[in-house]
Design a protein around this ligand. Structure first.
Ligand code: SF4
Ligand code: SF4
Length: 85
């Protein structure tokens, strides 16, 4: 593959207490064969409110492993994922 793959998640839709709680969805994690998504609490959360159950995110790690299958994009109920290259 030539150009680098970029994977972007719109956190105004998924996570950070917005429309979708990624812990309840997790579809991108399930469909991605190279398993490059990570579910985690937002960084810096300890300075905010560590007990806030809404502060969760999925972050795409290692975009170089992405096969560009687009399954995450297709399965995301909020259309929060963009995969480009
Ligand atoms: S396009 Fe496919 S390989 Fe790439 S992040 Fe999405 S599900 Fe994973
Ligand atoms: S599939 Fe979309 S809405 Fe679901 S956890 Fe992944 S990014 Fe969030």
């Amino acid at each position: 593959m030539g150009k680098k793959t970029k994977i972007k998640i719109d956190y105004s839709i998924c996570g950070d207490g917005n429309e979708i709680d990624p812990r309840e969805c997790l579809r991108c994690l399930k469909v991605c064969e190279p398993a490059l998504f990570l579910l985690h609490e937002s960084f810096g959360v300890e300075e905010e409110n560590p007990y806030d159950p809404q502060i969760w995110r999925v972050t795409p790690l290692y975009p170089s492993l992405c096969t560009r299958c687009m399954k995450c994009v297709e399965s995301c109920p909020g259309k929060a994922i963009q995969v480009t290259w």
